[in-house]
Every structure is written in structure tokens, then in C-alpha cells.
Ligand binder design. Structure first.
Ligand SMILES: [Zn+2]
Length: 287
């Protein structure tokens, strides 16, 4: 920690200025939640993937279908990547999702895609942990502030450790197996995640990223509506419920289930996938 400079005479006045929300979302196109609620009233399971502990698995969800990430066996955190199944360069953008919806997401929030697309990839339609809110430490669940546990940071912090089941590596192996890409190529497509079920925040005194035991219990699920044709990959984090540590085999780990569900097509009458962002991409250089 560096020495703090002497505060100016008006330091308290400057600190007392009220914050302004960076991205007020009242002009953001609202998701048609009533339509989704009606559609999810009658869902038919079309696929099921079990993600083994300390591994990842991929799944595909057609636009207009739902998917649920479910806790089975015991408290477990999942690291989620999403891509446009037809174009892996369009992928989940956790930073912009955080800027728009806040540090943690729940029902009604959307997962946005990378530039130049910047459109909703998925909308959260149900969250059985929606009761949690923010605890007294400032912690909440389903964060878009973490990145994913990875072997590079682990190597730095452990003075040379080699661990191969961090979420980054699990996602890399799963994407390589799904696509046939070489692992080094698949690795480039792995990106910052939605930390499903993870309970996290920033400490009030030092602003450091913290985690604590996830409140998730078997049967809990987070449900999404796929806005575009999706390829997903989910890693069952080696941190288990992330109550103590990750990037090792020390924590108790459990599988996670991904269930894909189809609504009655008539329930989505009039709905269409959102188009890519309409900015003209001229960047001030003319057309
Ligand atoms: Zn992890």
C-alpha cells in the first residue's frame, strides 16, 4: 500500500458529491418478460448435459428455447461462456453486462455480446436465488466481476504451480472437443464468464474481490431464454462452493446440470431474435 498524499482542504466536499449511474437503463429496450413468462409456463425438455466436477461441458440452445443451470449433488459454482453458434467471435461480454446491469445479475437482466454486435444473447427468466439480494458484506450471487480461475494467475501466485483444472483450462478443453479446434486456438475464444451461483463482492476497506460460500443448494437453478442460437460451455469450478480456495483439488466439488427446454412455438408468436447493433461502424471516418 502506498503512502497517501495529504488531502486538499476541500477533500470531504469532493467525497460528498453524489454518484451518478453511468448507464441508466431506462432507455434500454426492455425484454418482453410477460411473453417469456407465458412461454415458460409449458416447457418441454429437449436435452440434458451433466458437467462433471472440475471439468466443463458444452451445450447448444436454439434461439427461442430456454436453458437452466441446476445445482445437483451439493453447492457448486459454475463458470459460463456463451458464443453465437455460427460465429465464435460474437461472445458474451461480461464487462458491458456489468456496466449495464451491475455487478451481479438476476431475473430480467440480459447477457450482452461483444462489439460490434452488442445485443442480448440471453435473458435471465428465473433465478431461485433471487431472494439473496446483497448481504451485510456487500456480497451477492451470479457475478460478472470475476474473470474465471486460470492457470496463469495461479502460476504467478503459487510461484510456478501447474494446475490443469482451472475453469479457463476446462472451458478450453471442452470448446476444443466441441469444435475440433486445436486447444491453443480454442483457448483464444474462452472469455470472462458469468459466475453462476458464486457469491462475491468487493471488500469495503480495500476494494478487493472476495468470495464466500455459495448459498446454492441442490435443486436451485438459473434459467435463461436464448435470444440467438447459442453455443455454451459451463465449467464446474475446482473451487466447489468457493468458500475457501480455487485452483486446486482441495475443495469438495459437485456436478452441475444444464437442461435445454423448448416452449410451445405458438407462445412466441411475433418474437424474433434481436438484430446486431445498429451503429454504422464508420467511427468518424465517413461512410
Ligand atoms: Zn473456476
Amino acid at each position: 500500500m502506498q503512502d497517501r498524499p495529504t488531502p486538499p482542504a476541500d477533500a470531504e466536499a469532493r467525497r460528498a458529491l453524489p454518484p451518478v449511474i453511468c448507464y441508466p437503463t431506462d432507455t434500454l429496450p426492455a425484454p418482453p418478460m410477460a411473453l417469456y413468462t407465458a412461454a415458460r409456463a409449458a416447457l418441454r425438455a429437449t436435452g440434458n448435459v451433466l458437467v462433471p466436477p472440475r471439468e466443463a461441458a458444452t451445450f447448444r440452445v436454439p434461439a427461442g428455447h430456454f436453458f437452466r443451470i441446476r445445482s445437483v449433488g451439493g453447492p457448486q459454482v459454475g463458470d459460463l461462456n456463451l458464443w453465437n453458434v455460427k460465429d465464435l467471435s460474437e461472445r458474451f461480454y461480461s464487462g458491458k453486462t456489468r456496466a449495464l446491469h451491475g455487478t451481479h445479475v438476476t431475473t430480467g437482466d440480459r447477457l450482452w455480446s461483444s462489439f460490434p454486435h452488442l445485443r442480448p444473447m440471453a435473458t435471465i427468466t428465473h433465478d431461485t436465488l433471487g431472494w439473496y439480494g446483497f448481504d451485510s458484506y456487500g456480497g451477492s450471487v451470479h457475478d460478472v466481476i470475476g474473470t474465471r480461475c486460470d492457470p496463469y494467475t495461479h502460476n504467478l501466485l503459487s510461484h510456478g504451480g501447474q494446475y490443469h483444472h482451472c475453469c479457463h483450462s476446462n472451458l478450453t478443453r471442452a470448446l476444443a472437443a466441441e469444435t475440433g479446434l486445436q486447444p491453443a486456438e480454442a483457448e483464444r475464444h474462452v472469455h470472462d464468464v458469468l459466475n453462476v451461483f458464486m457469491c462475491t463482492g468487493f471488500t469495503r476497506d480495500t476494494g478487493q474481490y472476495f468470495m464466500k460460500a455459495s448459498p446454492v443448494r441442490p435443486g436451485d437453478y438459473l434459467e435463461f431464454f436464448a435470444e440467438i442460437d447459442l453455443l455454451g460451455a459451463l465449467s464446474a469450478c475446482p473451487g466447489g462452493d468457493c468458500s475457501a480456495e480455487h485452483s486446486s483439488d482441495a475443495a469438495a466439488c459437485h456436478p452441475l446440470e444444464v437442461e435445454v427446454l423448448a416452449p410451445d412455438p405458438a407462445a412466441l408468436a411475433g418474437w424474433a431474435s434481436p438484430p446486431p447493433n445498429r451503429y454504422d461502424r464508420s467511427h468518424g471516418l465517413g461512410q
